[in-house]
Design a binder for this molecule. Structure first.
Ligand code: IMP
Length: 202
């Protein structure tokens, strides 16, 4: 079964090396070869991660015409009515972790979720999968690893921030790991079905 997936490469449309390092072991375990492809992710303005992810994937496919994957994520903070959500990238660049901690000063209900939507284009298949990681916003930054809001996000069932975890540990909980795993597992199943059909063809 591993060989079926491994025959094909999938481009991961991202310039984010951290995301790539997180996805690599998941893909590897399922037998897929993932290559990082920066410079092709169109960022549309939308309040829906699904729309952002699917549009970016279709746009990248127009140019590259190769199997590819796009992932779009956001941090949704309950006490801020879901802010920064789909605008997480801009908010990280402008306010950063410190800005979010400032906005949360005096707020005791610190629930938040990370959401990720993966779009996988592998003709004739288009697979869209979501991953959610519930947790809380820490009261201060902790840890040196990871990227983005990792130093201030504590996933449920742990008391460390993502930035205090190894990639393998973060992948046990993370939104991205869940979405990527689901999408690749689904693709693998479909590829296996196709190969069975071909093998059994008269
Ligand atoms: P993107 O548009 O998918 O790159 O994600 C938007 C922003 O959300 C990123 O720039 C990060 O600041 C933040 N983000 C997304 N996923 C993660 C994560 O796994 N850890 C920390 N921050 C993240």
């Amino acid at each position: 079964m591993k060989d079926i997936a491994n025959q094909y490469e999938i481009l991961f449309i991202t310039g984010n090396k951290h995301k790539y390092s997180e996805v690599l072991p998941i893909a590897d375990r399922l037998g897929f070869r993932i290559l990082m492809k920066p410079g092709y992710k169109l960022e549309i303005q939308s309040n829906k991660l699904e729309e952002i992810s699917l549009t970016a994937a279709l746009e990248a496919y127009k140019y590259l015409k190769k199997p590819l994957m796009v992932e779009d994520a956001g941090l949704f903070i309950d006490a801020l009515n879901g802010f920064p959500g789909p605008y997480s990238s801009y908010v990280f660049k402008t306010l950063g972790c410190d800005g979010i901690l400032k906005l949360m000063t005096g707020i005791t209900t610190r629930n938040a979720v990370f959401r990720s939507v993966v779009t996988l284009i592998y003709p004739p298949f288009i697979i869209v999968e979501q991953g959610v990681c519930p947790g809380t916003i820490a009261s201060e930054k902790r840890g040196e690893r990871g990227f983005g809001f990792d130093p201030i996000f504590v996933p449920e069932r742990d008391n460390r921030t993502f930035a205090e975890m190894s990639i393998e540990e973060k992948n046990r909980y993370s939104h991205r790991a869940k979405a990527v795993r689901k999408a690749l597992q689904k693709l693998k199943k479909l590829l296996e079905q196709i190969s069975d059909i071909n093998l059994n063809a008269p």
